[in-house]
Design a protein. Structure first.
Length: 162
């Protein structure tokens, strides 16, 4: 009985701390997005911002999570998230901060006009890593809210065969 309680508590802790769940399980974020229940930063601005003369931009990503699959240790992999601006004013991505030094971001630096497209690219360096990797980048923009979290994951196979 104590062992199962301990395992349950550890599992709850792990799920609460893990930014992305393992493949095959659907995160609450993904489930809400797929059912259309997610109303927020990726698609709307507040009513106050929409009516003010200095309305904020809107941001939409082609997807919020990417799975690199299996990666060999030492490989550098990249993914480019597509960004669109469905809003009435230019979208400015002011910064993109990775959760780890193993990730280098790049993004569209010039303002993205209404109905225009841009990108946020992540390059993950698997050198010195092994096992499942869950990483994030935080995108800062002139939106409400001003931050947006993109996730990616991959399983790094050790070069030593362990």
């Amino acid at each position: 009985m104590r062992v199962s309680l301990m395992i349950s508590l550890l599992l709850l802790f792990w799920l609460g701390c893990s930014p992305v769940q393992k493949e095959g399980s659907e995160s609450a974020f993904t489930a809400a997005q797929d059912t259309g229940a997610l109303v927020g930063a990726a698609e709307t601005t507040s009513a106050k911002a929409a009516t003010s003369p200095s309305a904020l931009a809107k941001i939409r990503f082609d997807k919020m999570e990417h799975d690199f699959g299996t990666i060999r240790e030492g490989e550098m992999v990249r993914y480019r998230f597509r960004v669109t601006n469905p809003g009435p004013v230019p979208l400015v991505i002011t910064d993109v901060k990775p959760s780890c030094g193993c990730t280098v971001p790049a993004w569209t630096k010039e303002p993205i006009p209404p109905n225009g497209e841009g990108f946020v690219e992540v390059v993950f360096d698997s050198r010195g890593r092994s096992g499942m990797q869950f990483k994030t980048v935080t995108v800062y923009a002139n939106t409400d809210p001003p931050t947006h979290l993109l996730r990616f994951r991959g399983e790094v196979l050790s070069s030593t065969g362990r």
